[in-house]
Design a protein around this ligand. Structure first.
Ligand SMILES: *Cc1c(COP(=O)(O)O)cnc(C)c1O
Length: 446
């Protein structure tokens, strides 16, 4: 979709959200709502599938496993499953969500650097694919695999140590990263080859070296290392022991405009340039995209409750802050978000640009969505839209100040321009917050 069409569609949705009383109105009890573009999510999933299908030798098995942590909502997982995607999970909670969404074990992949023996045993019993993170985990798997037969494909995650992107906390492939077996450490490669030869049930290699801030070429370089290692292991084994490469996710998105950022087709081109043999059908593929599937399809709408001025800086106090945009509040330079101004009726707000802070409701000074941002001067009752928040924002709630998880509605737009909302997650009630805060154990510390 062209960027003007994206903006026009968003404006239609914002107005509909106000008209249908999902958010807004100074006396409304709904100061905040989160929206997900159901049509957009479908389109992204289709683009992912098509990009790999176009490049892969016909008949090559491929599983696109959505990284659940990016948007851990059962209706989202089910929507993606309906488009043919599976799930990548990294905790018992995420696995339970995938199962609640009806995602079959054969389309589920368990990663995570810290799996307990009980988690591993459950995954092996269910037949879920498991990627071991380290030598000690592999030793636990030895015992479990010997104790009970399993249908689970098992792999090992490697860290290619290809270097960092521009956000340190999200760079998974640095020389000292906590993830996977560090491939370039002395003796590591030989140990890995031997580990496979000793364990005929190891059939996969896994990497996840991309993330926001990592250039495509660097991600592709990691995949090239993965492929070369698979070839080395298979040559040593004298058979195609490694039959599947899990290349992870990590495609960045553009948070500065309505451009999508690198496309899946562009990523596939980068992979073809770096590792042409990846697509020749020798190996089945698994991918684990999260952010790039969901980010662009999320929108937060929050009411401006008050405005004020402090040290001559105008400040808009809104209901959206650190509870939804945790990374933005704590690392604003790495995670800037756009702020789109709307009036109380949900119409785009125009006017001369004034530098103002857009603050959230939490009781700490860093709770800002934007500092000195040039916007038409906001007033009480206006709304702000925060786009690109479909992954790792409102779906990764931060419970500071006991602020509730807001409602999430999916939306679709009919060809004649009607917007239909569907509740995907109800708002957390005050009663929920009290119960989760130990109300049933109120006397426990007396
Ligand atoms: C987080 C994660 C992903 C998804 O990363 P995105 O940047 O959201 O695409 C995939 N695989 C693993 C192992 C992860 O930890």
């Amino acid at each position: 979709m062209a960027t003007e069409d994206i903006a026009e569609r968003r404006n239609l949705v914002v107005r509909a959200a106000v008209e249908q009383a999902l958010v807004g109105g100074s006396d409304s009890s709904k100061p905040l709502v989160c929206l997900l573009d159901t049509d957009g999510i479908r389109a992204s999933a289709a683009a992912l599938t098509a990009a790999f299908e176009a490049a892969l030798a016909p008949g090559t098995p491929v599983l696109h496993a959505f990284a659940v942590k990016a948007a851990p909502l059962v209706p989202v997982l089910r929507l993606l499953a309906a488009t043919g995607l599976g799930c990548e999970v990294a905790s018992p909670g995420e696995l339970a969500l995938a199962r609640a969404a009806g995602v079959p074990a054969t389309r589920t992949v368990l990663d995570s650097p810290v799996k307990t023996t009980a988690e591993l045993r459950e995954a092996l019993a269910l037949g879920i694919a498991v990627n071991a993170d380290n030598r000690q985990e592999l030793e636990r798997l030895d015992a479990l695999v010997a104790a009970a037969p399993t249908a689970s494909p098992v792999g090992v995650r490697i860290n290619p140590q290809t270097g960092a992107g521009i956000i340190d906390a999200l760079s998974t492939a640095t020389s000292t990263s906590k993830f996977g077996v560090a491939l370039r450490d002395p003796g590591a490669r030989e140990w890995l080859v031997r580990a496979f030869l000793d364990r005929p049930w190891l059939t996969r290699l896994h990497i996840h070296s991309g993330s926001q801030g990592v250039p495509l070429e660097l991600i592709a370089q990691g995949v090239r290392e993965l492929h070369a290692l698979a070839e080395e292991i298979n040559a040593a084994a004298g058979r195609r022991q490694v039959d599947t490469l899990d290349i992870g996710g990590g495609l960045p998105v553009d948070f500065t405009s309505d451009e999508a950022g690198p496309t899946y087709a562009g990523y596939v081109s980068a992979l073809r340039a770096a590792v042409p043999a990846l697509f020749d059908g020798t190996y089945g593929l698994v991918t684990e995209f999260g952010r790039s599937l969901l980010a662009k399809h999320g929108l937060v709408l929050a009411r401006v409750e008050y405005t004020k001025s402090s040290g001559s800086r105008p400040i808009a106090l809104t209901h959206a802050g650190v509870q939804l945009a945790t990374r933005t509040a704590y690392a604003p330079a790495a995670w800037p978000v756009r702020i789109l101004p709307y009036d109380a009726k949900g119409a785009p707000k125009a006017g001369p640009a004034v530098a103002q802070d857009v603050a959230g409701p939490a009781c700490f000074a860093g709770d800002l969505l934007a500092a000195a941002r040039e916007l038409p001067l906001l007033g009480p009752g206006d709304l702000i839209g925060v786009p690109d928040t479909g992954a790792y924002f409102f779906t990764a709630h931060y419970g500071y100040n006991s602020l509730p998880r807001p409602a999430v509605h999916g939306f679709t737009v009919t060809p004649d321009g009607r917007v239909r909302f569907r509740l995907a997650r109800p708002a957390q009630s005050t009663a929920d917050i009290v119960a989760e805060a130990g109300a049933a154990h109120a006397d426990a510390l007396l």
